[in-house]
Design a protein around this ligand. Structure first.
Ligand SMILES: Cc1cc2nc3c(=O)[nH]c(=O)nc-3n(C[C@H](O)[C@H](O)[C@H](O)COP(=O)(O)OP(=O)(O)OC[C@H]3O[C@@H](n4cnc5c(N)ncnc54)[C@H](O)[C@@H]3O)c2cc1C
Length: 451
């Protein structure tokens, strides 16, 4: 196993360019878009000009075999502002779903539609959650029914980023009632399709520069070619799932696969918020004086800063490990994606809350950005799977261990005679079983592959 944390020249350049963009173009306008709850079109234009808003950009990030480019980009961007960051990266979520489910032809057709080009930007949305079912995908009620060469979608979606204003909506719907959540498929619904209605833009606690909406689908008719993966692949998948259901076996869900892939990405976003808050509170504590000395001289202020610095680094390592695994095609066997998301998002909430406490009364008012970061961070323990759901995933994975845990592997001692002159060289330890992902029976998870 090689897991190298030295940034390559390209990663260094990416992190610097993203940080410059976040510092110069995002931070200065973050408070305005938060207050106005307005979509940050000019910032998206600038992001596109700088090459951060295109399917080719994500193709390069995902193509990095170390897996670290994607979380590096996310952390730097979200250090600037999570609301604006979400507006910029939302199409990548849809692209990830397309990458998992689409045919190469569909990918070529729809990926550019998710981003557009500078001067003619487009938006994309991934519409999974419903009023009755966010965590519980078995509760999803949106249905798609075949009608000749078309599909007709009826349903109700809630909390959809870019919902109703997107050019491309990737929508999941049940196509086989008996299979329930295993009988779902993903469809492309272009913006403006008759029957797709933006019921309301949601008024949010945080991440207010991003657009989040409630949508209804009332007899939305789309051509069969908008079924991601195509009819043949769907029929094949449904037949497999029916067979699995008969034998009480397990079979995958396209939707759940999407979330597992994107969790490290979301974790890195939360790390950006946490790092911003830590930097801010540390600087403040160094300058703010009380009782004749900087408040950081008090252990009550300094120790939490030390603890948070440690937690942020630990969460980043979990995030980078999960991203590295995804890039290397290593299956998440122990809930590694969920561990990263859980650690990073809970750390972000804790750090931003502590930042307010460190600033005292100044932290509670809008003169400083920490109250905004606190509101922004809270979203992260809720969307893309709540903290409770991450714990369920990790607990289930822990309950069915396979092979040796990576931390329990032992290296065989070096070959050759003993150097300490003692009589017998130590016997080589028995080789640990191979890690589960090297088994010929295991297939690596599919990574999203934009064109
Ligand atoms: C701002 C925002 C943006 C979003 N963007 C999108 C988007 O772009 N696309 C999209 O599809 N969705 C989106 N979502 C939806 C989000 O993913 C869901 O809100 C989330 O999955 C939680 O679902 P829920 O709100 O229905 O909560 P519920 O599932 O009703 O959960 C309520 C509470 O019960 C807990 N809970 C549920 N089941 C269990 C259990 N078995 N054990 C223990 N605790 C449990 C949960 O953890 C939570 O605390 C967004 C949400 C928000 C707020």
């Amino acid at each position: 196993m090689t897991f190298d944390l030295t940034p390559t020249a390209a990663q260094h350049d990416l992190a610097k360019r993203t940080h410059d963009f976040a510092r110069d173009c995002v931070r200065p306008v973050a408070a305005h878009y938060d207050r106005a709850q307005e979509f940050p079109w000019p910032v998206l234009e600038e992001a596109a000009e700088r090459g951060f808003y295109s399917p080719l950009f994500y193709r390069d990030l995902i193509g990095d075999p170390t897996g670290l480019s994607l979380p590096m980009f996310m952390e730097e961007l979200f250090w600037g502002c999570a609301g604006i960051g979400l507006a910029i990266v939302m199409p990548a979520l849809a692209l990830s779903a397309i990458g998992q489910a689409a045919t190469p032809e569909q990918m070529l057709r729809w990926a550019p539609e998710c981003f557009g080009t500078p001067g003619d930007l487009k938006l994309a949305a991934l519409a999974i959650s419903e009023p009755e079912g966010g965590s519980d995908v078995r509760n999803l009620r949106t249905r798609a029914v075949r009608d000749g060469t078309d599909w007709i979608i009826d349903g109700h979606k809630m909390w959809i980023g870019n919902g109703g204003i997107a050019n491309v909506h990737i929508v999941n719907a049940v196509v086989d009632e008996e299979l329930g959540h295993r009988g779902q498929a993903l469809f492309v619904v272009p913006g403006g399709t008759p029957g797709l209605e933006l019921v309301r833009k949601l008024d949010k606690l945080g991440c207010r520069a991003s657009h989040t909406a409630e949508l209804t689908f009332d007899g939305v008719r789309i051509p069969a070619e908008n079924l991601l993966g195509g009819t043949e692949k769907l029929e094949h998948a449904l037949a497999e799932r029916r067979a699995a259901a008969r034998t009480n076996g397990r079979s995958g869900s396209v939707t759940l696969g999407t979330f597992e892939q994107t969790r490290p990405m979301v974790a890195a976003q939360a790390l950006g918020i946490a790092r911003a808050a830590l930097e801010y509170m540390t600087s403040y504590a160094n300058h703010r004086e009380a009782f004749g000395a900087p408040i950081i001289d008090n252990q009550g202020i300094a120790f939490p800063i030390a603890d948070l610095a440690t937690r942020i680094d630990a969460a980043r390592l979990l995030t980078w490990r999960a991203s590295w695994m995804a890039a290397q095609g290593v299956r998440f066997e122990r809930g590694e994606g969920s561990m990263a998301k859980l650690a990073a998002t809970e750390t972000a909430v804790h750090t931003t809350e502590r930042a307010i406490q460190t600033l005292g009364g100044w932290g509670y008012i809008t003169d400083h950005p920490v109250e905004k970061w606190y509101r922004d961070a809270k979203l992260y323990t809720i969307f893309e799977g709540t903290s409770e759901i991450q714990r369920i995933v990790i607990a289930h994975a822990s309950a069915r261990p396979r092979g040796a845990h990576p931390c329990t592997w032992t290296s065989p001692p070096p070959a050759g005679p003993s150097t300490n002159g003692s009589a017998a060289a130590p016997r080589p330890a028995p080789r640990p079983p191979p890690p589960p992902w090297t088994s010929a029976t295991e297939s690596p998870p599919r990574s999203p592959r934009p064109p």
